[in-house]
Design a protein. Sequence first.
Length: 370
Amino acid sequence: MRRRGFFALAAGTALLAGCAAGDAPAGTVVDRLFLLEPAADGHGWDGIARRLASVMVRSGLARTVMAVDRPGVLGSAPRDAFVVPGVPDLAGAAGDPGDPGHLGGPEASGAPDASRASFAREGRLLVTAMPMVAAAEIANTTAVVEAATPLARLAGDWLALVVPAGSRLRAFEDFAAALHRDPARLTVGGRLEGGSDHVLYGMIGKCLGVDTRLLEYAGYLVAEDAAEALRLGRVAAMLGSARALLPGISAGRLRPLAVSSGVRIEGIDAPTLMELDVRLEYSDWCGLLGPRDMSPGDRQAAVALCERLDATPHWRALCAANGWSRVFLGGDDFRRWLSTETGRTRGVLHELGLLTSSDTTCWGSCVRRP
């Protein structure tokens, strides 16, 4: 079986020194912070803004934090995502403390100011993740890395390839052989088309030397629908979050064939893709962006906030509870990584037939239109 190496996400983990529980690392405390999240179902980071808001308040990183859904951000340039409804663009009140996404006390509220607010006074951060990067490419809008200020990659979620317990595909080698025989006859399910699961399937096919254009993928709005399709035999295999699939694996309903992590995952008796000579390590990920026009001082303060967040016991506990890997990468390192990852994602989307060109500058003609 001929296999070609194709490196995707090299998820290096930066372990920063922790602090005592409940104590914030040294640094400026933001008066009021808006955490803006794309309002879209179907990816593994739904609701992460509210969790981050809770961690930031409990850790003393910000006095008031409001989590705000931003409809329509996925698939569009996120430049306008930082405008909070009912709040002036440059400075304004902290919002309604009665809002369910609002955390913190009234001491952080204040009257609008006509001058531009510094990040320490009023910060605005946009949650980003791999689905936003892919959606912007598919929608043929400005790349996320260019439309906003990359601040930090925070966490990663490893993926697993599974089949029903009674499947004739007993091991990954059987899966690979089936792809080589007829890739169009083996349908793999997962979350939405163009998302992390779909892109990883394209990468696996590319590594195995299979014609990526022939791969059959069934995308579902949520992972539960994909799991149901697998149970009913509508798809032969499924790609999804390893942590989310773990209960089915532990119960013996699902057989894991491979995981996308660099090392084996506790509780999942399956080799890594790297062990199978598929030179691929891939993680779904989430991070934070700032407005495109951030001043150098504000950008430095925002990156420092992300660094301090990664060091807090509350964030570490949240990651451990959800099975996420801390894969912190901040500032210019994140910007460079995101630029590379955007190009890599664009190339896979092109090979999967979701883009008519992998050119990074083909505005207006890249995307396959209905």
